[in-house]
Design a protein around this ligand. Structure first.
Ligand code: SF4
Ligand code: SF4
Length: 277
């Protein structure tokens, strides 16, 4: 079973919920897909160890063969190639490594070279393996790393994915092809605004989903009313508890510091299991 924990914006407690859910169920693994800033590992003592590099194919142009026809430039939807008269400019930082220009070139002037964009690392603990990816500084596009990370699911029967925040491509990639998605929000007008954006996207993707309200008690009941109106399951409320914040600041998961939350996360998992049956 694959569950993604996502949120419309950063700082809602998404990682806290992903880590604590993964720690509360048996036979789980945790995959942090926030490749621009993975932070699930802060809750574990063991250091992360590099597993592999992730690369994408990047075009190389043989200008002795090129006829400057411009077909590669017309094809590239990311504007990574510009052909003007007898000049070809390649903007590597815009290239997504789709390989299309090489196929489209009528004179085989384009070859490919692997270009490393980041790494995958492993850590966690014996009961809960953790994987995360790191996008190299200056690389614009982390989705290939997320795809590789998602391919690691299956080592344990239950995989919890910690999604990048927002509703852009990296988050969409993490929310698709899973059994269920938890959207984490806060009970504030900003939280509701970002939640609505996430709901629009997840409905488009078609993954079943529900909402967790984190820091319950700091705002109002508009998130709850919205969920009722939209027929969205409100899965759990996590109180705005100073003890949780203190544990977080020390890198201790709340289920290890406050045992009653372990029971809460187990019940949450059972509820999700019931919803995906
Ligand atoms: S498609 Fe091939 S021949 Fe045409 S401009 Fe691009 S590299 Fe040159
Ligand atoms: S590989 Fe794809 S993204 Fe990169 S330059 Fe070629 S067409 Fe554009």
């Amino acid at each position: 079973m694959k569950i993604t924990v996502a949120s419309g914006k950063g700082g809602t407690g998404k990682t806290t919920i992903a880590v604590n859910l993964a720690l509360s169920v048996e036979d789980a693994m945790l995959i942090d897909c926030d490749v621009e800033g993975p932070n699930s590992h802060i809750f574990f003592k063991e250091p992360m160890v590099k597993l592999k590099d992730v690369s994408i194919p990047t075009p190389r142009f043989d200008l002795d063969i090129c006829t400057y026809c411009g077909k590669c430039s017309d094809f590239c939807q990311y504007n990574a190639i510009s052909v003007v008269q007898d000049k070809l400019l390649f903007f590597e930082e815009l290239c997504h490594g789709c390989g299309g220009c090489r196929i489209i070139c009528p004179v085989n002037a384009i070859s490919e070279e692997e270009h490393i964009i980041g790494t995958i690392e492993k850590g966690g603990e014996e009961e809960l393996p953790l994987y995360h990816g790191r996008l190299n500084i200056g690389e614009p596009f982390g989705v290939p790393i997320i795809r590789e990370l998602k391919g690691l699911a299956g080592e344990r029967p239950i995989t919890i994915f910690d999604s990048p925040p927002g509703t852009a491509c990296p988050a969409v990639e993490t929310m698709r092809d899973v059994d269920f998605c938890i959207l984490v929000t806060e009970p504030t007008p900003f939280g509701l605004h970002d939640l609505k954006l996430s709901v629009d996207v997840i409905r488009e993707i078609g993954t079943p989903f529900g909402v967790i309200v984190n820091r319950d008690g700091i705002g109002d009941d508009r998130v709850e009313s919205y969920c009722e109106r939209e027929n969205i399951p409100l899965l759990a409320r996590i109180p705005n508890d100073l003890e949780i914040a203190r544990l977080y600041s020390e890198g201790i998961p709340m289920v290890k510091g406050i045992p009653r939350y372990e029971e809460m996360f187990r019940e949450l998992f059972e509820r999700i299991r019931g919803l995906v049956r």
